[in-house]
Design a binder for this molecule. Structure first.
Ligand code: NAG
Ligand code: NAG
Ligand code: NAG
Ligand code: NAG
Ligand code: NAG
Length: 479
């Protein structure tokens, strides 16, 4: 494929493409230093084959976001893999076997499910080619195995501990909150992962089984899934979120089998093919890998479903007439609701779905909150009281501010979308550690921690993104 020869001189650009295989338009705004987000929108239609759309999208993204990808790669390796550029042999073998298995299956089975697998691998491989087209002969060259860390990040989060190694502490926490008409999410992570790209893939595919042509998600450079996770499926007006589980039961790692589909692919397939939350859960549950075990909350503002994974077990609950009805909201904060899941992961009996420290705060604070702004504030709340510590227990932690053992970890963003907004294709976003109750974060406090390609000061406001013309409007500060 011919390459998109752009110099990285302009901050924002867009162009039209019509090369006989695909046509459409592409926008990439490298505004991370001024808004906290880079914004990518790829709107493409296939002329004959859907795979051409995925190939062109990948190629473009790899070329244009190459600098962000290289920085995100280094931030990931130093921030989460302790500086290790290679996986331990046994994990690398697992990842290779799985990748080969995926290729084999997707080349021999012609179903919508496996066609999607094929397309996603094509998108990934083309993104890698695009990246290497510019950097392959420089010191920024990455092997495919290294490049794949970025999309496989969530799955690696469970693979590392299976060989007795943990990544950086506390990586698996987030909040998801649904109150009728409004869905919101915050990601917790090490601040090295704050190099963000909001991705909007609007693909007009010929495949009749594709229900959601247009989906958007809050992601990172080089990463083809959200990983937060926060996806908006515009055609069916669904929102997909999750918060991750911790595993305290080593025996669960025996579940891993390479003949499975990793989480980052399953979430994409379910999001493309599902018409409603129940179908989403059913498709997501196929070919489970047991990596990146999460509590998924998916809504179409009519039904609210929760899907919980614990390696051997997958449980799906329709909460619309149960929990949502009885308490008026559904919150997710990394603690299993289902007892069997809870027991299987061997969660400590110091917590439970009802009595978790964040469960108590959601119950206490949510009562009068009705608006998008109020719910957004709740998810960024980090007031310290006698009961709630600023790091361990706050709804939106700031572990960089504890007095001893401070480390750059906490809630790093916020996303809110109401039913009214999803209808007119708008979403609200913020990217920064919470500065509602505390001073803004500045990398100057951690000069020795690698944070390539990031600005120092993190006090970006909330923005409203309009997907109809892909523009943003500044809204308000975090407080
Ligand atoms: C796969 O199935 C689709 C839809 O049924 C069909 O259009 C396509 O030609 C098939 N592809 C191959 C390689 O058989
Ligand atoms: C939690 O488990 C420990 C050890 O098994 C036990 O001693 C303790 O009583 C339990 N606490 C609760 C609240 O169940
Ligand atoms: C953002 O700021 C960082 C730190 O100053 C710099 O390294 C990076 O090149 C900037 N990114 C862009 C796209 O200007
Ligand atoms: C984008 O579209 C919205 C309406 O959906 C409009 O209010 C806004 O002014 C447009 N922005 C630009 C820059 O055209
Ligand atoms: C992208 O950049 C263009 C041109 O500067 C601007 O009009 C538009 O609002 C930007 N969109 C986003 C989502 O940043």
């Amino acid at each position: 494929m011919k390459s998109f020869i752009f110099l990285l001189v302009s901050v924002t650009f867009s162009f039209e493409i019509d090369d006989g295989k695909v046509k459409g338009s592409i926008i990439y705004n490298r505004t991370g230093n001024s808004t906290g987000w880079n914004f990518l929108q790829i709107s493409l239609e296939s002329i004959e084959n859907d795979e051409d759309v995925f190939a062109a999208a990948g190629r473009f993204e790899g070329e244009e976001s190459r600098e962000e990808i290289y920085n995100a790669y280094r931030n990931y390796v130093y921030g989460l893999q302790g500086g290790r550029h290679f996986l331990p042999k046994s994990l690398q073998r697992y990842v290779h076997n799985q990748y080969n298995w995926l290729k084999e299956q997707s080349q021999t089975q012609n179903t919508s499910y496996w066609r999607m697998v094929k397309y996603l691998l094509i998108q990934l491989e083309n993104m890698y080619e695009g990246y290497n087209y510019h950097y392959g002969k420089t010191e920024k060259a990455l092997s495919f195995d290294q490049f794949y860390f970025l999309s496989n990040m969530g799955d690696l989060q469970d693979l590392w501990p299976s060989v007795g190694e943990v990544q950086t502490q506390g990586i698996g926490n987030c909040n998801s909150f649904y109150k009728p008409g409004i869905m919101a999410h915050t990601t917790f992570n090490v601040y090295q992962t704050m190099l963000r790209i909001y991705k909007s893939y609007n693909f007009k595919l010929k495949d009749k089984d594709v229900v959601n042509q247009h989906l958007s998600f809050t992601a990172r450079p080089g990463d083809l899934e959200s990983k937060d996770d926060f996806f908006v499926l515009w055609d069916t007006q669904m929102v997909v979120t999750e918060t991750s589980f911790n595993n305290y039961n080593k025996e669960n790692y025996e579940y891993f089998h390479y003949d499975s589909v990793p989480c980052w692919i399953r979430v994409n397939i379910a999001s493309r093919l599902a018409k409603n939350p129940k179908e989403w859960m059913d498709i997501f549950g196929l070919h489970r890998s047991g990596t990146h075990n999460n509590q998924w909350v998916v809504t179409d503002y009519n039904k609210v479903y929760m899907g919980e994974e614990a390696f051997f077990i997958y449980k799906v609950h329709d909460l619309t007439n149960t929990l949502l009805n009885s308490q008026g909201y559904v919150a997710s904060y990394n603690v299993p609701l289902d007892q069997e899941i809870f027991d299987s992961l061997k969660y400590p009996n110091t917590t439970s779905y009802n009595d978790d420290v964040r469960a108590k705060q959601f119950r206490m604070y949510q009562g009068n909150l009705r608006t998008v702004r109020e719910i957004g504030r709740l998810l960024r709340y980090n007031k310290v009281t006698d009961d709630f510590d600023i790091c361990d227990g706050a709804i939106c932690p700031r572990c960089d501010l504890v007095n001893e053992n401070e480390y750059p970890f906490g809630g790093i963003d916020g996303k809110v979308i109401s039913q009214d907004m999803i209808k007119v294709k708008k979403v609200h976003l913020i990217s920064s550690p919470s500065y509602q109750e505390h001073q803004m974060f500045n990398w100057k406090a951690f000069p020795n921690i690698p944070h390539y390609g990031m600005t120092d000061k993190w006090s970006f406001p909330w923005y409203e993104l309009d997907e109809t013309n892909f523009t943003i409007k500044e809204l308000y500060q975090d407080y």
